[in-house]
Design a protein around this ligand. Structure first.
Ligand code: ADE
Ligand code: ZN
Length: 351
């Protein structure tokens, strides 16, 4: 039966955005490291921090672009040393995600950030994977890991990281590409991604966040990605928008991140409604929630509050897109879509 979206009043939308089942497909686990946990881990591991307290650290979260954020993000990650630290980090994220009614999460991690400091890749992957298993057992939240290569580093470093990660191949479902986009085009990682595809890994890449539409095109053509992370600059090329729509190529959009990193001046200027109305498979995600002012539900609620063009139909579409765009199996997708339809049908019946 068709959902009567017009019967859902705008005043019920915030509650529905919060309670609807959803998948999160773009969250960097190191970006969910809250200042309180940074200080707790610094103490546990005897790491000195250049900030007096949590408030002073939080006050430093004022970014002018992606690089100004990455400098702090990599510095914060330096408190992560042991397997249990990675477990605690991911577990804290899962508690928040479950409270936001995330039923499935595909989580990025950046091994090079840690191996460069002498942390064994095993501690990173095993700690995170343990939290994923517990999230499934305790919350019924299915959680998968995606290993990201840092694009400001070399192809050789990416190949070395892949080699180190291969003994743990069964613990991650895919690879991604993140860090500073400008001057680091997808082509730099053509051979590593080819190898990853050969290994049967899923492939995604950040593109069109700060970088030009041409980077989205080469992520598709050269890396042969299955999703584009961010991708919001696609609107600068109408031909590319048409291509992405025809492919149903998912874009994992992160509205609060885009504002904090000055990709858009404000949420009111964000192009999420334009992307959806162009038929793109856009999704909403938190990116680095500890740094950007909110987890996935804050992204949904604040964006809908700021954009009057977004209606109940868009809310349903965004959640449905998150399931469609996930790497989960068809049976789970069908089950989550049924839960989603039930939540919207109930809201429509209540009027
Ligand atoms: N690493 C963590 N967050 C990122 C972002 N928004 N863009 C690129 N790399 C990242
Ligand atoms: Zn990201």
């Amino acid at each position: 039966m068709a959902i009567e979206f017009d019967r859902i009043p705008r005043k019920s939308l915030s509650a529905l955005l919060r309670t609807m089942p959803k998948a999160e497909l773009h969250v960097h686990i190191e970006g969910s490291l809250e200042p309180e946990l940074i200080f707790a881990l610094a103490q546990r591991n005897g790491v000195a921090l250049p900030y007096a307290d949590v408030e002073t650290l939080r006050a430093a979260y004022a970014f002018t672009d992606l690089q100004s954020f990455l400098d702090l993000y990599y510095a914060g990650a330096a408190v992560l040393r042991k397997e249990e630290d990675f477990f605690d980090l991911a577990w804290a994220y899962f508690e928040r995600a479950a409270a936001d009614n995330v039923v499935h999460a595909e989580i990025f991690f950046d091994p090079q950030t840690h191996t460069a400091r002498g942390v064994p890749i095993e501690a990173v992957i095993v700690g995170l994977e343990h939290a994923c298993r517990r999230a499934h057992a305790e919350f019924g939240l299915s959680a998968k890991l995606i290993l990201c290569f840092l694009r400001h580093l070399s192809e050789e470093s990416a190949f070395g990281t892949l080699q180190q990660a291969l003994p743990y191949r069964h613990h991650f479902i895919g690879v991604g590409l993140d860090s500073g986009e400008r001057g680091n085009p997808p082509e730099k990682f053509a051979r590593v991604f080819a190898k990853c595809r050969e290994l049967g890994l899923h492939v995604v890449a950040h593109a069109g966040e700060e970088g030009p539409p041409a980077y989205i095109e080469s992520a598709l053509d050269v890396l042969k990605v299955e999703r584009i992370d961010h991708g919001v600059r696609c609107v600068e090329s109408p031909a590319l928008v048409q291509r992405l729509a025809a492919l149903r190529m998912p874009l994992t959009v992160c509205p609060l991140s885009n504002v904090k990193l000055c990709v858009f001046k404000s949420l009111a200027e964000h192009n999420l409604a334009t992307l959806l109305d162009a038929g793109l498979c856009a999704t909403v995600n938190s990116d680095d929630p500890a740094y950007f002012g909110g987890y996935i539900n804050e992204n949904f609620v604040q964006t809908f509050d700021a954009l009057p063009a977004l209606h109940a139909r868009h809310a349903w579409q965004l959640a449905a897109n998150s399931f469609e765009a996930s790497f989960a199996d068809a049976a789970h997708k069908t089950q989550w879509l049924q839960q989603l339809d039930a939540a919207f049908a109930k809201a429509a019946a209540q009027g």
